[in-house]
Design a protein around this ligand. Structure first.
Ligand code: JAH
Length: 273
C-alpha cells in the first residue's frame, strides 16, 4: 500500500516512521510519503488560506495550492507504479470512521490524505478530485480538532494493522472490540495476566478454574455488562436474535428487557459507577 499525506505540518506525521506503521514500512508493505503543501504556493508568503466567501469566522484553505499539490503527488504516484488512488479527507462533517471503513480502506492500494487546517478546504477541491477517484470524507469522532493531521495518524494506524503480516499475531484481530467476527456487536470485557495477586487484588477465580465453558460465559457476561454501561446504543440497535437465553438472563439482571419489537431497552434507571 502507498500512503501520501499533503499537510502544512509535515513534522506532525513523524509518528508514521515508528511503531506499527514503521514496521509495515520496514517490511516493504507500506510506502509513506509526506509532503509540505507550501511547496506548491507561488507567493512570497507561501499563502495557503484566505477569507471565506459569504463572511464568517476563520479562514479557508485555497484551491490552487491543493490542486497543484494533489495533481503532482498523483502524477508521481502513478509514475512510480501506484494505481487506483483514493483521497481521504478528515473532517468533523465526514462519515464516521469505523472498523468497517478501516477494512475497506485496507483493501485499497493507494491512499492520499488531505488533512486541512483552519475552517477546511474550499469545497471545489474535493468536488474536482471526486470526478477522478473515490473521495472519503471521514470523521474519527464528534469533536473538533485544530486540523486533520491527528485523524490521519488514527486512520493510518487502524488501516496499517490490517495489512497482511503487519500484526505479529494474526489471531489478535478477531476478538478486539469492533473487529469483525464473534464479538463484533459487544465491547470486550476486562483482561488479566500474572501475577495472580497484585496489591491485594486477586484475579477473578473463574479464570483459574480451567472450565472453558464457564470462562466463556463469564467473559460474555462481562462484555454485556460493559456494553450496557459504556455503549447502550449498541445493545439498543442489536438484532435480538444475537442474544441467547443466558444473555437474556444477564441483560435482565443488568436492567434490560425486550420491548414490543423484541429489541432490548433499559427497564431500570442506570446506576453510576
Ligand atoms: C478540524 C480541519 N473527527 C475529528 C476531526 C477531524 C478533522 C477536524 N476536526 C475533527 C478538522 C479543523 C480543520 C479538520
Amino acid at each position: 500500500m502507498r500512503l501520501d499525506v499533503v499537510t502544512i505540518f509535515p513534522e506532525y506525521l513523524d509518528p508514521l516512521n515508528v511503531s506499527l506503521v514503521g514496521k509495515a514500512r520496514a517490511h516493504g508493505r507500506l510506502g509513506v510519503h509526506v509532503h509540505d503543501l507550501r511547496q506548491w504556493t507561488r507567493d512570497r508568503h507561501h499563502t495557503v488560506d484566505d477569507t471565506p466567501y459569504g463572511g464568517g469566522p476563520g479562514m479557508v484553505m485555497k484551491t490552487e495550492p491543493w490542486g497543484e499539490a494533489l495533481d503532482q503527488v498523483i502524477a508521481d504516484g502513478y509514475e512510480s507504479g501506484a494505481r487506483r488512488p483514493a483521497l481521504v479527507v478528515p473532517t468533523p462533517s465526514g462519515r464516521p470512521f469505523t472498523q468497517e471503513l478501516a477494512v475497506e480502506l485496507s483493501a485499497r492500494p493507494w491512499l492520499l490524505f488531505a488533512p486541512a487546517r483552519y475552517e477546511g478546504i474550499d469545497r471545489r477541491v474535493t468536488e474536482e478530485y471526486a470526478t477522478r477517484m473515490p473521495v472519503y470524507e471521514v470523521s474519527i469522532g464528534d469533536y473538533v480538532l485544530a486540523g486533520g493531521e491527528a485523524a490521519v495518524l488514527v486512520v493510518t494506524e487502524a488501516v496499517a494493522r490490517l495489512l497482511p503480516g503487519v500484526l505479529g499475531n494474526a489471531e489478535s484481530h478477531r476478538d478486539d472490540s469492533f473487529a469483525p467476527g464473534a464479538m463484533a456487536d459487544l465491547l470486550e470485557g476486562p483482561v488479566y495476566t500474572k501475577p495472580p495477586n497484585w496489591r491485594g487484588r486477586d484475579i477473578p477465580e473463574v479464570l483459574l478454574s480451567g472450565h472453558h465453558g464457564r470462562i466463556a460465559r463469564w467473559r460474555r457476561d462481562q462484555a454485556l455488562d460493559r456494553t450496557t454501561r459504556n455503549r447502550p446504543d449498541l445493545i439498543e440497535r442489536a438484532d435480538p436474535a444475537a442474544f441467547d437465553k443466558k444473555d437474556r438472563e444477564t441483560l435482565s439482571i443488568l436492567g434490560w428487557a425486550p420491548g414490543p419489537d423484541g429489541r432490548f431497552g433499559r427497564t431500570a434507571p442506570d446506576v453510576e459507577e
